[in-house]
Ligand binder design. Sequence first.
Ligand SMILES: NC(=O)C1=CN([C@@H]2O[C@H](COP(=O)(O)OP(=O)(O)OC[C@H]3O[C@@H](n4cnc5c(N)ncnc54)[C@H](O)[C@@H]3O)[C@@H](O)[C@H]2O)C=CC1
Ligand SMILES: O=C(CO)[C@H](O)[C@H](O)COP(=O)(O)O
Length: 299
Amino acid sequence: MQLGVIGLGRMGQIVVDRLLSDGHDVVAFDLDEASVETAADAGAEPADSIDDLVAMLPERKRIWLMVPAGDAVDATLSELDPLLDGEDIVVDGGNSHFERSIDRGNSLSAAYLDCGTSGGPAGAELGFSLMVGGPAGAYEELRPAFDAIATGPAGHDHMGPQGSGHYVKMVHNGVEYALMQAYGEGFELLAEGRYDLDLESVARTWNDGAVIRSWLLELCEEAFREEGSDLGDVDDHVAGGSTGTWTVEEALEQEIAIPLIYEALGERFDSRLEDGKFSRRLANRLRYGFGRHEVKRRE
Ligand SMILES: NC(=O)C1=CN([C@@H]2O[C@H](COP(=O)(O)OP(=O)(O)OC[C@H]3O[C@@H](n4cnc5c(N)ncnc54)[C@H](O)[C@@H]3O)[C@@H](O)[C@H]2O)C=CC1
Ligand SMILES: O=C(CO)[C@H](O)[C@H](O)COP(=O)(O)O
C-alpha cells in the first residue's frame, strides 16, 4: 500500500519507518525540511508541499497525519480537503480532542479515522497500540497499515464511531496520569521513609513478577538508574496536561467520579506554581493564628 505521512517528528518518523519496513511505500511531508530529509534517507519519497504529496499518491489516497493536535491538524485538513474525495482516507494519529475529531469527520470530503496512538518513541521497535474510531470500512481498508504501525494485528482495533478512537486515548492518558501519581507517591515514601533504599533495585525487583509491574514502572527503574535514587537535579515541574484536563472535563459532564485522575492532574498543575501553593502557605499561617505554632518563612 502507498501512504502519505504528514508530520515527521518523534512519532511521525516512526510511522514512516514501520510502514517502510513492512514493505509499504511512503510519501512524506513536514513543514520542517530536515525532517523530510530524514524520512527520505529512510526510504520515503519526499514531498515539497501538501499539494505535492497528494499529487504523488495514487487515485485512492491514504494519508496519515502525525502533527501536533489543534491548529496544525486544522491547517493540514483545510489544505487537504479540496484535493480529496469520498474514496480517500485520512487518519489523525495525534492526540486530538474527540469532539474536534467528530466535527472534522463530519466536514471532511474524505473518510476520517481518529486514531489514538500509545507507546511513545519507544514504539519504534515494539510498534504502537492504536485505538481507531470512524467508518468501519475505512478501518478495514487500512488494516495492513495498522498492522505495520501497531505492535501487530493485536495492537489495534476499531473502537466505534467517529471520535471514539480519540475518546479512548483521552481516557488512556487520564489513567497514565493516575498511574504516574501512584508510582510517584510510593517512591516518595520509600525515598523519604525509614530505610536508605536503592530505588532502582526496588523498581527492578517489583518489575520482576510483582503485582504492580508495568512499562511505567520499567521507566521508573530507568529513571533511578540514570538519575540516582534521589533523582539528582530533576526538577519537580511537570509539563503537559491537556489530555488529562479533557478526561476530567468529560467525567464531570458524564457525572462520573474519577478522583485519582483529578488529583493527579491537580498535582501537575501545582508543580508549576512559581510561588508555591497558596493554600499550603495559608495553612502554615493559620496554624499560627489558632495555635501560635511557628510560621515557617521563606529564606
Ligand atoms: N510524543 C509522544 O510520546 C506521543 C505523541 N502523540 C501525539 O502525536 C502527535 C505528534 O507528536 P510528536 O511526534 O511527539 O510531535 P513532534 O513535535 O515531535 O512532531 C510534530 C511534527 O509535525 C510537524 N508539523 C507541525 N505542523 C505541521 C503542519 N501544519 N504541516 C506539516 N507538518 C507539521 C512539525 O514540524 C514536527 O516535525 C501529537 O498530537 C502528539 O500529542 C501521541 C502519543 C505519544
Ligand atoms: O499521549 C502521550 C502519551 O500517552 C503523550 O506523551 C502526551 O504528550 C502525554 O500527555 P501530556 O502531555 O498531557 O503529559
